[in-house]
Design a binder for this molecule. Structure first.
Ligand SMILES: [Zn+2]
Length: 568
């Protein structure tokens, strides 16, 4: 890599790669890249003198590694040398940064939204497999709610100490999904763990050729983490890791690339391996996490109380949840980043018949409604993930063994409200959605899902979609329980449908108004609740009972009183 390349190697996320903080005046000429490789980067640029951590000049700062070395050896040199890596016992790291979430914007396909900013102290005892994140987070989605909490992991269990939900809750004993997601992200942000695993068991590391990243060729060291290969992009000249790429599951878009990018590898203090000063994570090309490290202490002595769980903690390890969380780590990291941790696998359907033939289907954070018609059953909403969708399909089979599911009406494209649809598609059920959401859903329904296979992956079928135009409606007729999906313009999502069961006067909405007979209900933005009231009064000319995709079932009067209070 030439000095010019080094100085201008943008990674596309708003900051420049500034390689080798210790880079000094011109040094000896670099070595040639791998022989005979077309398009290889050629002679390495000039480099500074050996860094302070020099181990025979092979400390990762010299930027001259023997081109004949195996890629793993190069990577070991690039990270500061095998002795330094093997001697790494404890690390305390402070950083600040931001977390984003995708699939929650106004339009389908909107860019990621800022979920929170954070200051964090990360303490890692690699020998003891203990890890602690001390978060000071300010979530932005609900208007700047500060959250202060610790995530503490020891071995195969962990706890959350402090409030990690904008609703004032603490996760407490960590579901193994969260535990797995934290461990996975920690290893991606600090690939030392990956190299140590490869050292401990060389059979998991293989050389996988050369690949381009930002116009520069890297040697690929592929490390098997037992789930999906981690591809380490190792510089053939410096041995430094520029990127780790893998694939993981996105509940709606399924197989997506997950990449960690590193910049500013440097020695912190005087000893130990190098750590990057800038690290980011992207999912499917969208920035999800970025952090800037302000201090890193290598091998400090830790207080014996560092990883002690709060009194009363009793976390247990659950293999199913751990796999679920590892496969989709960024779902758990993103929901935690929003201050809406969603770590349990919600497959329990709590069904309540709220009127003849109309069922409220709760049991977790996201609800559905089922309406029995003469010839079949209509669902509103298939939230969360295909596992939730499958649970709803199974419930329908048990409850209505002689009737098919005629349709699912999706309220809007947000991943937490749409990602259960694939289970209904796999069952051959038509999907009703807004014209705005059609192309995104078609893409989601034909997406491969090899990382975390679902029914549609094993048995792909052509989805049946019916679309509702802007300000339009679509009615599924029935003599007793007709159901109409209406497009409702609002500031939350441009593809929003609400569903009216006129036979029993029930209106189902997601996110605009959260009905709750205990608290009186709320709206994230009062104008969204106003939109629901205006819609009901002006377009359907009724005062319907409110059924929420979040919350529960409550009266029209509760909505009416809330809007009156907000807009006197
Ligand atoms: Zn939403």
């Amino acid at each position: 890599m030439s000095p010019a390349q080094k100085g201008t190697q943008a990674v596309g996320f708003g900051f420049l790669l500034v390689v080798a903080a210790c880079e000094g005046p011109a040094g000896p000429a670099g070595v040639q890249g791998p022989a005979g490789t077309a398009g290889s980067p050629g002679p390495a640029g000039s480099e500074g003198p050996a860094g302070p951590n020099g181990q025979n000049g092979q400390d990762g700062l010299d930027a001259v590694v023997d081109p004949t070395l195996p890629t793993l050896d190069k990577a070991l040199i690039g990270i500061g040398g095998q002795p330094a890596l093997e001697a790494l016992d404890t690390v305390v790291l402070t950083a600040s940064g931001s977390r984003w979430v995708d699939g929650e914007g106004y339009e389908p396909g909107s860019p990621s939204l800022l979920a929170s900013t954070f200051d964090v102290t990360v303490t890692n005892d690699l020998t003891a497999s203990a890890l602690k994140y001390e978060w000071e987070r300010v979530t932005t989605y609900f208007g700047g709610v500060p959250l202060s909490y610790d995530e503490v992991i020891v071995g195969d269990v962990g706890v959350v100490a402090g409030v990690d939900s904008v609703f004032g809750f603490s996760t407490g004993d960590m579901p193994s999904s969260r535990w797995a997601a934290i461990n996975k992200q920690n290893a991606l942000l600090n690939p030392h763990r990956i190299l140590r695993d490869a050292l401990a068991d060389p059979s998991i590391a293989t050389e996988a050729g050369l690949r381009l990243h930002d116009g520069v060729l890297y040697e690929i060291l592929q490390v098997d983490d037992g789930f999906f290969p981690l591809d380490l992009y190792v510089s053939p000249t410096t041995g430094q890791i520029a990127k780790v790429a893998t694939m993981e599951n996105h509940h709606l878009m399924r197989d997506v690339p997950l990449e960690a990018l590193y910049a500013g590898w440097q020695v912190w203090g005087t000893l130990g391996p190098l750590f990057p000063s800038e690290v980011s994570l992207s999912v499917d090309g969208e920035l999800f996490h970025a952090e800037t490290r302000s201090s890193i202490a290598v091998n400090p002595v830790l207080a014996p109380t560092t990883f002690v769980f709060p009194p009363g903690s009793a976390p247990v390890f659950d293999t199913t949840l751990a796999d679920f969380g590892y496969a989709s780590s960024q779902f758990h990291q993103a929901t935690a980043g929003l201050g809406l941790p969603s770590d349990l696998l919600q497959t329990f359907v709590a069904a309540t018949e709220i009127a003849p033939g109309v069922w409220f289907l709760g049991g977790g954070s996201h609800n559905s409604m089922a309406i029995e018609q003469a010839d079949g059953v209509v669902f509103t909403e298939a939230p969360l993930y295909p596992e939730r969708g499958q649970a709803l399909v199974e419930w329908a089979k048990q409850q209505f063994p002689t009737k098919p599911v005629i349709a699912v009406i999706a309220t809007h494209h947000h991943f937490d409200h749409a990602a259960g649809l694939r289970a209904f598609v796999a069952a051959g059920v038509p999907i009703v959605t807004s014209t705005h959401n059609e192309s995104l859903l078609r893409e989601a329904f034909r997406a491969p899902s090899a990382v975390w296979p679902d029914a549609l992956h094993f048995d792909p079928i052509e989805p049946i979609l019916a679309v509702v135009e802007d300000n339009g409606k679509l009615t599924l007729n029935d003599p007793v329980n007709p159901v109409t999906a209406w497009h409702l313009p609002n500031a939350h999502a441009n593809d929003m449908l609400v569903i009216y069961a006129e036979g029993t006067n029930h209106l189902f909405n997601s996110d605009l108004w959260v009905p709750d007979p205990v608290t009186g209900g709320f709206a994230i933005d009062p104008t969204w609740a106003l939109a629901v009231r205006d819609f009901a009064e002006n377009r359907i000319g009724a005062n319907p009972i409110q059924v929420g995709g979040h919350g529960g079932v409550d009266t029209w009067e509760a909505l009416d009183a809330y809007v009156d209070a907000m807009f006197p």
